[in-house]
Ligand binder design. Structure first.
Ligand SMILES: Nc1ncnc2c1ncn2[C@@H]1O[C@H](COP(=O)(O)OP(=O)(O)OP(=O)(O)O)[C@@H](O)[C@H]1O
Ligand code: SF4
Ligand SMILES: [Mg+2]
Length: 359
């Protein structure tokens, strides 16, 4: 079996805070094949950016492993780690903060090209920078070459950030809310550019967004992992997630989409949350962390046993006792294989286990 491009295995990340540890990522397992698109979706504070930084090698997890083509990145020698860091590039939400204001577009793009020995001499650097600007739809490219970031619009700046990520020919781009700070009209054309990179250059994406409508648009042929309070609660091919959401939190996210998307609105308004408040990561509710808000909450089960992410069919994983019981006849007790890696059908816990403390 070929190894996935990236695999996180039982990864957790605890940040030290004054009032204790903040578990931003809690036992997340997922994998990405080369050229694949995986969306991470969830509310603010659900651990999306932290997961993205772990995938990009910018944060070392507190526990669990991160493998690149089967090799633990934190066990790699310097040269291999450098190659991995080149292969996985991150594009941040805020292009104002991520571009150096005192450098021209040419310097911003030529510096990594020269540093990594990808061009020889200025003429070749200019040629390659012009090519990159065209790739990200900044045309005519000559007119952008010697502009400074403040002379560009938000959308243009984000395109420069994407071009910078492309300078080192990455295999995976972690796009962290990369389109959320630009106007809606520009967002669509930016998403189209990213889609083209995916299709023409074969670049894979870990696409982070709080907006399921964007996940639907960008990753229709990919998969979505829905995060809640640091955990993946549903993982599914995108069409199945949109057309037939399973986890009550996913259903609530779909219901919260304000835009008039007929596919999405059709499934709206079915679930009324018991509370709109997101619990603090310093006081994560026992059992299922979604239970204080969940309309399907069952006392004695959901507030006692933590549901694991278990398969409910060949391609979907859900961390919910009630959904697992409806779909498989058992509650979500046993841990599944890492997300994205095919797993044998899971045999859940006996219903007689209700009420016992989760191990
Ligand atoms: N360096 C850090 N130190 C302490 N806490 C942190 C740190 N980075 C993130 N956190 C906390 O971890 C939690 C998850 O943060 P993260 O940025 O991963 O969430 P997110 O899903 O990306 O949210 P958003 O949609 O707002 O970007 C938050 O409560 C955040 O405050
Ligand atoms: S386990 Fe219970 S509380 Fe959690 S999502 Fe499922 S029904 Fe809701
Ligand atoms: Mg974030």
């Amino acid at each position: 079996m070929t190894e996935p491009l990236i695999a996180l295995d039982h990864v957790s990340m605890v940040f030290k805070a004054r009032r204790g540890g903040v578990k931003a990522v809690d036992d997340v397992s997922l994998s990405l094949e080369a050229g694949e698109v995986l969306c991470l979706v969830g509310e603010s504070g659900s651990g999306k950016t932290t997961t993205g930084k772990i995938v990009a090698g910018l944060l070392k997890p507190t526990s669990g492993s991160v493998r690149f083509r089967g090799q633990d990145i934190w066990q790699m020698d310097k040269a291999r780690f450098k190659a991995y860091r080149r292969a996985v590039q991150i594009v941040h939400q805020d292009p104002y903060a991520s571009l150096n204001p005192i450098h021209t577009v040419f310097t911003i793009l030529a510096t990594p090209l020269q540093r990594h020995g990808m061009v020889r001499g200025r003429a070749e650097a200019v040629r390659r920078v012009l090519e990159l600007l065209e790739t990200v739809d900044l045309t005519p490219p000559e007119s952008f070459l010697f502009k400074y970031p403040h002379q560009l619009s938000g959308g243009q700046r984000q395109r420069v950030s994407i071009a910078r990520a492309l300078t080192v020919n990455p295999e995976l781009i972690v796009a962290d809310e990369a389109t959320s700070m630009v106007d809606v009209s520009i967002r669509v054309s930016l998403l189209n550019t990213l889609q083209r990179l995916r299709d023409e250059l074969g670049v894979g994406f870990l696409f982070i967004t709080h907006d399921l409508a964007i996940a639907k648009y960008f990753a229709w042929h990919g998969r979505v992992a829905v995060m809640y309070l640091g955990r993946v609660v549903e993982f599914s091919p995108t069409p199945a997630l949109i057309n037939d959401p399973q986890h009550p939190y996913t259903r609530a996210l779909l219901a919260a989409i304000p835009e008039p998307d007929p596919d999405l609105t059709r499934r709206k308004g079915k679930l009324q949350l018991r509370s709109l408040d997101i619990p603090s990561l310093l006081h994560i509710p026992p059992g299922c962390s979604f239970h204080p808000r969940c309309p399907l909450f069952e006392a004695g089960l959901c507030d006692v046993q933590r549901p694991d992410l278990v398969p409910i069919d060949e391609k979907r994983l859900v961390a919910c006792h009630v959904v697992a019981r409806e779909r498989t006849g058992t509650i979500a007790k046993h841990a599944a294989s890492p997300v994205g890696i095919s797993s044998d059908p899971v045999i859940g816990a006996d219903l007689g286990e209700y009420g016992k403390e989760s191990s």
